[in-house]
Design a protein. Structure first.
Length: 81
């Protein structure tokens, strides 16, 4: 049974660019941004948030902290439009 969760999990990390929206990739390539690494980290947080078992899921507060950390790491000093 193929779900979005299983599909994403099977694609990480090697095929992260294959499952991403192409418009995101174009923006990343245009500014010389390490888009694959950033997307991999964001998708990993997403996977941990939607584990089948509620006990294994990442808490919303922890997910928020991780996503903010990723944003600060990759967008620090960079304006986005």
């Amino acid at each position: 049974n193929c779900t979005l969760h299983s599909y994403t999990k099977s694609a990480l990390p090697e095929q992260v660019l294959d499952i991403a929206d192409k418009s995101i990739l174009q923006i990343g390539l245009r500014v010389g941004f390490p888009i694959a690494e950033c997307l991999k980290l964001v998708l990993e947080v997403g996977l941990r948030c939607c584990e089948e078992s509620p006990m294994k899921r990442l808490a919303t507060s922890e997910a928020t902290k991780e996503l903010i950390s990723i944003r600060e790491r990759y967008f620090k000093g960079r304006r986005t439009t």
